[in-house]
Design a protein around this ligand. Sequence first.
Ligand code: FES
Length: 103
Amino acid sequence: MAFIKLATTDDIKTGKMERFDAGQTRILICNVEGEFFAVDDNCTHEDASLYLGALHGDVVKCSLHGGKFNVRTGEPVEEPACVGLRTYAIELRDGDIYVDIDG
Ligand code: FES
């Protein structure tokens, strides 16, 4: 495990998502009604940034072809997305968001 601080809870408003660089990886952190979830920023379909898409509830929609993923589980929920996103454990510590970049 390698938890690193990537953000504070104030950085990501409810219903929004932000992306962060963690070494070679870009991680998307989503605020779903006050719960935070971290997934790979790259769509598994053709490697587009999911940050450029839209978050609706706990589902992120890719801007390129409309594939959708559940950010709680990483599971694909609408084609053409068919391979799940990598998810990362999160810990909240005094308003800071730590992400286990080892996943
Ligand atoms: S690149 Fe995301 S659905 Fe095609």
